[in-house]
Design a binder for this molecule. Structure first.
Ligand code: SF4
Length: 215
């Protein structure tokens, strides 16, 4: 069993309630979306085929028990659920960041599934598989990357589709598009509406700067 891997790297987790923790990232090659603000275009095609045992050997060299599977879109590769299961069986804490267009039911429920729901300004809103909202558990998180007021209103509508969302999932993140909307604008809207969400800033961009992901 092998997967096409764009990169494996060790850095600080920056885009979930695990933000701030050291984490090994496995970025899988390929994405079915083309979001307007995408900063990982290099992952659309480039990568090398690695067997699961080779991936595990590389991860083991970092001495870190938190692992995130990201992309691209990781669930496009049919072996991804097997990789996640193997990591969980080896007692890693595993996060999956997925773009919201793929069925997350294939993923072991011990994994923390961070589902990115695409808002209108991404240009990919139509690709959201909203059936995922009914599969989320109290381990899972959702994330909305918000570029304008229309995105914000969309995110609020989708949150209302999650059954009793504040108790069914671990967290809902509202994240401003870097350079497009001021965090304080989004903060003001959240406070005005008394939303039970987390204003989320992309920590890795604050630490390393735009386009950097590690030391
Ligand atoms: S889903 Fe992620 S990797 Fe794919 S185009 Fe959108 S931002 Fe880029």
């Amino acid at each position: 069993m092998s997967l096409k891997i764009n990169e494996v790297f060790y850095s600080i987790q920056g885009e979930s309630s695990f933000a701030g923790r050291p984490c090994v990232f496995i970025r899988l090659t390929g994405c079915n979306l083309r979001c307007s603000y995408c900063d990982t275009q290099y992952a659309y095609e480039e990568g090398n085929s690695l067997k699961i045992k080779e991936i595990l050997a590389e991860i083991g060299s970092y001495e870190c028990r938190l692992v995130e599977i990201t992309g691209g879109e990781p669930l496009l590769q049919k072996e991804t659920p097997a990789l996640i299961q193997r990591l969980l069986d080896e007692d890693y804490e595993v996060l999956l960041e997925t773009n919201g267009s793929q069925d997350i039911d294939r993923v072991d429920r011990r994994c923390v599934r961070i589902v990115d729901i695409k808002c209108p300004s991404s240009g990919e809103e139509e690709k959201n598989d909203l059936k995922n909202l009914n599969i989320l558990t109290d381990k899972d998180e959702v994330k909305f990357v918000i570029g304008d007021r229309r995105d914000y209103e969309y995110a609020k509508r989708v949150l209302n589709l999650i059954p009793v969302y504040s108790t069914r999932i671990r967290a809902a993140h509202f994240s401003p598009v870097f350079g497009k909307i001021e965090p304080k604008t989004l903060a003001k809207w959240i406070l005005e509406d008394h939303l039970d969400v987390r204003l989320h800033l992309q920590l890795h961009k604050l630490i390393w700067g735009q386009g950097q992901r590690r030391v």
